[in-house]
Design a protein around this ligand. Structure first.
Ligand code: G6P
Length: 370
């Protein structure tokens, strides 16, 4: 079937706006209880029972969802999670034991390094699970007779830069974390059902952020001529900062770096001046007080600060030069909602800079060679 852009000028823009539906499709009806047993679509949950350690391998944007997944699984299920870039893992003799589950995350299911990493784990007898968007892809086939495949239901992603695949991967990781949490009794059924109800509110909250696109486009106008940009975050907003910076460099060719805000003092602070806009991602519960002081450090060096924060956070809004305002969201919903303004931001900067948004130079949708 031909996929059309419809009312949109670019697939990227269309796919950003498809996220409410993509996330709803990925969540709804996929995790259920059957008597005392938990059922996650596509997954052999019996195989997850003995798991006491998880290793996630992925590349690019999918690696950023792995970083978020680590935090969610550790928090909900209290299982230690390691994450490793597939291109590193495959050539390293990583320590594995039979109670470790290896998870591969991939939109396309065809990324050579992720396939290589999963094959290397398989040859060592490890249980494999895939989070994948493309049906019947190589990675899906590798895992189907093993612990299984959880398909994200983002629908076809055409734009080279990943958007809806990212947020649906994070949704998938949430459902997986809840499954682990039930199996090892970190959470009981009632708590899990409550979490699922929360996840169901995400599409609506995202709609309200998408509705602020005009404000985001204005911020883009003010900074599109910069040569460098820094994105800072803590906690669950740290991988979101990395993803925000990745989107920016991929589609606008503006050099952007994502950093854990606490590490700023160990390097990037040397770069700050009035010519380098700094995007500061802040939320209560994600090292809030610390990130406020990071913001002050940037301002003290004449940096321009673009703050992403709660729309009622008057203190931060007052201290910012420009802002991306979010509706109230708790930590479950936060990564989904915070990702959206940064995707739109990169898109509008790219439009102003006149790059090829859907097909950025030198990049491929799926990297099937090493
Ligand atoms: C390429 C794409 C990225 C993607 C990465 C991993 O670099 O341009 O958007 O995140 O591959 O792809 P995968 O299909 O494995 O998620």
């Amino acid at each position: 079937k031909m996929i059309e852009k419809g009312e949109y000028k670019h697939f990227l823009h269309k796919e950003i706006h498809e996220q409410p539906k993509a996330i709803a499709d990925t969540i709804l009806g996929r995790l259920k209880f059957k008597g005392q047993n938990i059922w996650l679509e596509g997954i052999d949950t019996q195989k997850l029972k003995a798991i006491n350690r998880v290793l996630i391998v992925a590349c690019g944007t999918s690696f950023h969802s792995a970083m978020i997944g680590k935090q969610i699984i550790e928090e909900k299920a209290k299982i230690p999670v390691e994450i490793e870039l597939a291109s590193e893992f495959r050539y390293r003799n990583c320590i594995l034991d039979k109670n470790t589950l290896v998870i591969g995350i991939s939109q396309s299911g065809e990324t050579a390094d992720t396939i290589g990493a999963l094959n290397s784990a398989k040859s060592r007898g490890m249980a494999l699970l895939a989070i994948c968007n493309a049906i019947d892809s190589a990675i899906a086939r590798l895992c189907e007779d093993d612990a299984g495949i959880f398909y994200t239901r983002a629908g076809p992603e055409i734009s080279v830069a990943s958007t809806k695949a990212f947020t649906t991967q994070v949704a998938a990781l949430h459902l997986l974390a809840l499954t682990f949490a039930y199996l090892n009794k970190s959470l009981h059924k009632g708590e899990i059902l409550k979490e699922i109800e929360k996840l169901k509110t995400i599409p609506k909250v995202i709609e309200s952020v998408l509705a602020c696109e005009k404000d985001i486009a204005k911020v883009a106008q003010n900074v599109a001529s910069a040569d460098h940009m820094l994105f800072l975050g803590r906690g669950i907003l740290y991988p979101i900062a990395l993803e925000g910076a990745l989107k920016m460099k991929e589609i606008s060719y503006l050099h952007a770096e994502g950093y854990a805000a606490g590490e700023m003092k160990h390097g990037p602070i040397a770069l700050i001046d009035e010519n380098m806009p700094v995007v500061v991602l802040a939320a209560k519960g994600q090292g809030y007080e610390k990130i406020v002081s990071n913001l002050e450090e940037v301002k003290a060096r004449n940096g321009r600060v673009l703050v992403l924060c709660d729309k009622n956070d008057k203190k931060l809004i007052k201290r910012s030069d420009m802002n991306f305002l979010l509706p109230f969201c708790d930590s479950t919903i936060l990564p989904f909602v915070a990702a959206i303004p940064l995707q739109l931001f990169a898109y509008h900067v790219a439009l102003i800079r006149g790059t090829d948004v859907d097909q950025p130079r030198n990049l491929a949708k799926s990297v099937t060679v090493e």
